[in-house]
Design a protein around this ligand. Structure first.
Ligand code: NAD
Length: 512
């Protein structure tokens, strides 16, 4: 396979795109050659000596090689996190010191934003503008938000009714850091989702072993370096790179006390089993098949724009993507017309091109998966309104795709595709819309589009979803807990609920 990276020693091909090569040369991380794990404050070669190629999905060219970890590497990283957790200087850190370090980290994410966003575009195909806005700016703001919680974790003084004569009793609770945290994250928002886990864990006084996705390890490695620059001691944030095997070893490690996982429902269940085995605390943020319900009084231009953004943002590789349109019969044709026109108008290309609106899928493997889902949808009887084919010849681009499926029974309507694929189903009344919306194993997100405040209020409580948007889709806030119901997960990222989930509640009962 051709390589863009002179640091790897493979001769760069003559057909390489100039733009990509220039991008690469401005990213110091990539010029170091092979990348090791980041453990105990320094880069470490993988014990088994194996590396994996990291490929730019827009060009199919190798941009880096990152360590392919093993259970041994995981042992070393967990030991480092454990030692850092036990070290007296970490334990003695005042909450205000953790806050200061997290503020510094937030600032470093921002000031290194050009490099971090370029890495996201190179390794994952994400539009540069999306990487800047969500992974970098959003990530930095989230770290600052979590910095504030470091000084605001508190227990309660509780009046008690203990009846033991001759003594008085003081009872209260404390929130204490749970210990070593395993953070296992997917490839779609590698930096943002890593920060969703790392920042609350550090704010609560835990130490972390972060396992990024095998396809997208680069920003996690850079983040660990920035944490050292921000003042965190060696071992507070470790990164072990590699695939499912590394994730499984980390999730099963007996010294890991808390697992924060984001990924597919299938892998999440395996992680949950490992967590139960060790009685480690865990949260699972999993897949989704989120409905967007459009009532016939909705502002159709607004709905079309919101749903288009909801399904085509990052090529549909978003857990909360509005992948199931449920539209009331009277407005169906008008809305579908708008959506098909908008989909066809999207400019497809490299994430580095500022005019691009739809980039490539993350990998060849994922591209095949999405194309298979489209093919199955067709065979099952869903009608293609637009797209459904590969775009271009190099890179893993798929045309924005819309299916009409009034049965709502085809695989493409029911299974998470995690690509730029929308299915549209018609309903006649609100009861039918709610039934269709809830007819899924998932329960991550939903949106309702209506001008009627009372219709919105009546529908929201009936939807089985962890987050419901009204007249919008994919809008998150750092303070608003984010998590799924049913097979979409357990527990929450973001908000107070998240940082508290990295603590143990200790009760103290004092005879005085
Ligand atoms: P994935 O489950 O294949 O991998 C996620 C992470 O888990 C990766 O780091 C992977 O190496 C690791 N992993 C895989 N198998 C493992 C195992 N048995 N034990 C431990 N770790 C394991 O998911 P993906 O393809 O990287 O990401 C796409 C999925 O993530 C989609 O289903 C999407 O909906 C979901 N997702 C959910 C959210 C959310 O917040 N709910 C956010 C983003 C993505």
């Amino acid at each position: 396979m051709a390589s863009l990276n002179p640091g790897l020693g493979t001769p760069a091909g003559s057909d390489l795109r100039r733009a990509s090569r220039e991008q690469l040369e401005r990213i110091p991380l990539l010029l170091r050659g092979r990348l090791g794990h980041f453990v105990d404050g320094a880069s470490q070669v993988p014990r088994a000596g194996r590396y994996r190629r990291i490929v730019d999905p827009a060009t199919e060219l190798t941009i880096a090689e990152a360590a392919e970890g093993s259970a041994e590497d995981v042992d070393v990283a967990v030991a480092s996190a454990r030692m850092a957790f036990e070290r007296s200087n970490w334990r003695r850190l005042r909450p205000a010191d953790r806050e200061r370090m997290l503020c510094a980290l937030s600032e470093l994410v921002r000031t290194n934003g050009e490099e971090l966003s370029a890495l996201e575009t190179l390794q994952g195909g994400k539009l540069r503008s999306v990487a800047r806005r969500i992974d970098v700016e959003g990530g930095a703001e989230f770290v600052r938000y979590m910095a504030g919680w470091a000084t605001k974790l508190e227990g309660q003084t509780i009046d008690n009714s203990i009846r033991i004569p001759g003594r008085q009793w003081v009872t209260f609770t404390r929130r204490e850091p749970v210990g070593v945290v395993a953070a296992i994250v997917p490839w779609n928002f590698p930096l943002a989702i890593a920060l969703w886990k790392v920042a609350p864990a550090l704010a609560a006084g835990c130490t972390v072993v972060l396992k990024p996705s095998a396809e997208t390890p680069l920003t996690a490695l850079r983040l660990a370096e920035l944490a050292i620059e921000a003042g965190f001691p060696a071992g507070a944030l470790n990164v072990v790179t590699g695939g499912a095997e590394v994730g499984a070893a980390l999730a099963a490690h007996p010294q890991v006390r808390r697992i924060s996982f984001t990924g597919s429902t299938e892998a999440g269940k395996r992680v949950g089993h490992s967590a139960i085995e060790n009685l480690a605390r865990f949260t699972l943020e999993l897949g989704g098949k989120s409905p967007a319900i459009v009532l016939d009084d909705a502002d159709l231009d607004e709905a079309a724009e919101g749903i288009c953004g909801g399904i085509f943002l990052h090529q549909g590789q978003v857990c909360t993507a509005s992948s199931r349109l449920l539209v009331q019969r009277r407005v169906r044709d008008r809305l579908l017309g708008r959506l098909v026109r908008a989909a066809r108008a999207l400019r497809i290309g490299s994430g580095f091109d500022p005019d691009t609106q739809l980039g490539p899928l993350v990998s060849a493997h994922h591209f095949e998966r999405v194309m298979r889902a489209i093919e199955r949808g067709r065979l099952d009887g869903a009608t293609l309104a637009t797209g459904g084919v590969r775009a271009g010849e190099a890179g893993w681009f798929v045309e924005p795709t819309i299916f009409v499926d009034d049965s709502a029974r085809t695989s493409v309507s029911r299974e998470e595709v995690f690509g730029p694929v929308l299915t549209a189903t018609t309903f006649d009344d609100v009861d039918e819309a709610v039934r269709l919306a809830n007819d899924t194993r998932y329960g991550l997100a939903a949106s309702v589009w209506t001008r009627s405040l009372s219709a919105a209020h009546r529908i929201v409580p009936r939807l089985d979803a962890g987050i419901v948007w009204v007249n919008s889709h994919n809008v998150l806030d750092n303070a608003l807990p984010f998590g799924g119901m049913r097979q979409s997960g357990v527990g929450h990222d973001l908000g107070r609920a998240s940082v508290e989930s990295f603590t143990e509640l200790k009760s103290v009962c004092m005879a005085v």
